[in-house]
Design a protein around this ligand. Structure first.
Ligand code: NAD
Length: 261
């Protein structure tokens, strides 16, 4: 637990499901004040608010599309109006779809880039602007992926977006380090969330993924939430511009395991 997160105001995008939900609940357990952005999952959100509040935190929800500038501005102003300030911004919302690159439509390309990369840019920009104006030494966490490093055929838009998130994060970290604003990303490997539901429902496809993980299992959303609270906390006070890989070793060339190669 990180006592200094108590009372901190945290905005999380795409927080109605998967990693966003797990992070909202973990920040709640840290007694933070959590703004849960959701896209179209109004039903799910009430339960998350209750979980956060039962754990001793506070929570509020706001619908919004991260690709829309006005919506992202609204998320920050909702946080400030409801809880008085903004300390932590988690740009988590993201999407993917499988298409061989020769068939990838411009529409699909734009949809993924605008959600995963432009959406994170807007979240970073609005958070930094608020933090600068209010002299807040805040923390920004961007949800990247092992595919900021590992090429991924049939997901070129996704891989390109996450590669972009890496340099977005590093550039902003450098730019705002003198103001004490830290910007980092988390790169999960394969985690059990709705984004992978279809794939993991098929035992053969699931095994294919597990075989790429040296630690031999699919990660739990809570294992990513644990990274987020650490990065947001004062325990990570000297950490900026990093990618925290939480991938069971997936980026360590699993093909070379057991003396192969
Ligand atoms: P998920 O599908 O459960 O969560 C994605 C969330 O983003 C959903 O709640 C969805 O409603 C929201 N969203 C989509 N478009 C949006 C928009 N335009 N505006 C606002 N919200 C929007 O999947 P997840 O695994 O929890 O994914 C969260 C993040 O983690 C994504 O950025 C994803 O790329 C990343 N990630 C996930 C894994 C994994 O294995 N699960 C691995 C690496 C990275």
């Amino acid at each position: 637990m990180y006592p200094n997160l108590e009372g901190k105001v945290v905005v999380i995008t795409g927080a109605a499901t998967g990693l966003g939900k797990a992070m909202a609940e973990r920040f709640g357990a840290e007694k933070a004040k959590v703004v849960i952005n959701y896209f179209n999952e109004e039903q799910e959100v009430q339960e998350i608010i209750e979980t956060v509040e039962r754990a001793g935190g506070n929570a509020t929800a706001i619908q919004g599309d991260v690709t829309k500038e006005a919506d992202v501005k609204r998320m920050i102003s909702h946080a400030v109006k409801t809880f008085g300030t903004l300390d932590v911004m988690v740009n988590n919302a993201g999407i993917e779809n499988e298409v061989p690159s020769e068939d990838l439509s411009l529409e699909d390309w734009n949809r993924v880039i605008s959600t995963n990369l432009t959406g994170q840019f807007l979240g970073c920009r609005e958070a930094v602007d608020y933090m600068l104006q209010n002299n807040i030494k805040g923390s920004i966490i961007n949800m990247s992926s092992v595919h900021q490093e590992i090429p991924w055929p049939h997901f070129v838009h996704y891989a390109a977006s996450k590669g972009g998130v890496k340099l977005l994060t590093e550039t902003l970290a450098l730019e705002f380090a003198p103001h004490g604003i830290r910007v980092n990303c988390i790169a999960p490997g394969a985690i059990n969330t709705p984004i992978n539901a279809e794939k993991f429902a098929d035992p053969e496809l699931k095994k294919g993924v597990v075989d790429l993980v040296p630690m031999g299992y699919i990660g739990k959303p809570e294992e990513i939430a644990a990274c987020a609270v650490w990065l947001a906390s004062s325990e990570a006070s000297y950490v900026t511009g990093i990618t925290l890989f939480a991938d069971g070793g997936m980026t360590q060339y699993p093909g070379f395991q057991a003396g192969k190669g």
